[in-house]
Design a protein around this ligand. Structure first.
Ligand SMILES: Cc1cc2nc3c(=O)[nH]c(=O)nc-3n(C[C@H](O)[C@H](O)[C@H](O)COP(=O)(O)O)c2cc1C
Length: 180
């Protein structure tokens, strides 16, 4: 059976949930190895047909991309996709900016996909919770008309526990993997 490699970085579990779903969705066609990016040992990527890197988004940065760069040097010779997971609803402009900010140099031509994750302040580290609360306070003072969609979403989620993870977000990445 052909093999695929799924690497990921997930602080609070939503990204991990997606990679497990992805493996399940592909099980009839591919044998998938899944590794947390920190645990992945640099080896040859030759045995893999494709690679998907999935990372949570924190303060507009996709987690783990630098480690991915260091560990997988031959990415451009492979069929590769990046799947990023954030709390904001999908927005074309915001996604374009996220892509420009995160996928530079060697990563810039890699197809990137988005899935909505989860939000649970009670699970966050003290540092993350404080950072989010500060940001929410700053946004709350803004004129609502000038708020970006992600700012509105952040305000709407104050004190809430939300899980937006949904298999539907994997469809575009599945289509990319399955096409020749
Ligand atoms: C400190 C912090 C910063 C965040 N920044 C963003 C952000 O810039 N954009 C976004 O869409 N979501 C942001 N989020 C929400 C996370 O992306 C979301 O909770 C996602 O599910 C995290 O993935 P994980 O559960 O795999 O860790 C942030 C969350 C935290 C804790």
């Amino acid at each position: 059976m052909k093999k695929g490699l799924i690497l990921y970085k997930s602080k609070y579990g939503a990204t991990k949930k997606y990679v497990i779903m992805l493996k399940e969705e592909l099980k009839e066609k591919f044998e998938c190895d899944i590794y947390e990016i920190g645990d992945f040992k640099e080896t040859t990527l030759k045995s893999y047909e494709w690679i998907v890197y999935a990372g949570g988004i924190y303060a507009s940065g996709i987690a783990g991309l630098n480690v991915l760069r260091k560990k997988c040097k031959q990415l451009k010779d492979k069929k590769t996709a990046i799947f990023c997971v954030g709390a904001s609803p999908y927005n074309e402009k915001a996604f374009y900016e996220l892509k420009a900010h995160n996928l530079k140099e060697d990563l810039k031509d890699i197809p990137i996909f988005y899935g909505r994750g989860a939000w649970d302040e009670s699970k966050m580290t003290w540092k993350d919770r404080t950072l989010c609360k500060m940001l929410q306070k700053v946004i709350a003072k803004k004129d609502p008309a000038s708020c970006e969609p992600w700012m509105q979403a952040l305000l709407g989620s104050v004190g809430q526990t939300c899980d937006w993870t949904d298999q539907k977000y994997l469809l575009p990445v599945l289509e990319y993997i399955l096409k020749n």
